[in-house]
Design a protein around this ligand. Structure first.
Ligand SMILES: [Zn+2]
Ligand SMILES: [Zn+2]
Length: 119
């Protein structure tokens, strides 16, 4: 493969933006990838920034789900545990606590599986 701009010169790589072959003279290195010198430098820089930001966001979303799952799980266990412990004395009121705890545990599981999807 030869350079798109210099058909007589061998290409050293592809521009990440337009996928054209580039020789040493035409290649510009932006964030570890190649771009057409003074043509697609800005475009490639933006592309790189976009991918970096997307990775960061999906990671943040996944950790957010995991944090929710931990929180719901802990509160759910406390509620359900309290309800079971008080069941003898509180009766129906304790059942409400157990149901609430169960709902929170369900929410925790839902968040957990949702978080794993984003990994
Ligand atoms: Zn060239
Ligand atoms: Zn280009």
């Amino acid at each position: 493969m030869n350079c798109f701009y210099h058909p007589d010169k061998a290409a050293v790589g592809l521009c990440k933006y337009c996928q054209r072959g580039l020789c040493v003279e035409c290649a510009s290195v932006i964030d570890d990838v190649l771009a057409c010198q003074s043509r697609h430098e800005d475009e490639v820089h933006q592309l790189e920034q976009l991918t970096a930001r997307n990775l960061f966001q999906s990671k943040r979303v996944a950790s957010g789900y995991m944090r929710n799952a931990t929180f719901y799980g802990l509160v759910g266990v406390v509620f359900a545990g309290f309800g079971l412990w008080q069941l003898k004395w509180l009766g129906l009121q304790a059942v409400v606590f157990i149901m609430l705890g169960g709902f929170l545990l369900y929410a925790a599981a839902a968040n957990y599986f949702e978080g794993r999807k984003h990994k």
